[in-house]
Design a protein around this ligand. Structure first.
Ligand SMILES: [Zn+2]
Length: 108
């Protein structure tokens, strides 16, 4: 089969838009089952659109972190990374794979 199963040829297959493997269950939640005929354009839209938003949501980051499901690059970072401010301890930053840095050491 030489036609993309998602766009059914709407995006013509070419050197720049070749057929790729598409994950049936998104890779960011540990999916490894693939289909063969997804064009690069459609695969990129999946990753940048709906799947990307899900992957970056706390709803998916937390269970990935708790169950050690590594991302595509093999990294696993805390879903709570960011800069926070607390009434008692002030401003602090949580950096992936590090202990929290207190406001006195945090440079904004
Ligand atoms: Zn396509």
């Amino acid at each position: 089969m030489t036609t993309c199963i998602i766009c059914k040829g709407e995006n013509p297959i070419s050197e720049l838009n070749s057929l790729t493997d598409g994950h049936i269950v998104p890779e960011f939640i540990g999916g490894s089952l693939k289909v063969k005929n997804v064009c690069k354009v459609c695969n990129s839209k999946k990753g940048a659109g709906f799947e990307g938003k899900l992957a970056n949501s706390l709803f998916y980051k937390l269970p990935r972190f708790l169950h050690n499901i590594e991302g595509k690059q093999g990294n696993l970072s805390t879903p709570f990374s960011g800069v926070y401010e607390d009434v008692d301890i002030g401003k602090f930053q949580i950096i992936p794979n590090r202990r929290p840095v207190s406001h006195s050491r945090y440079q904004n």
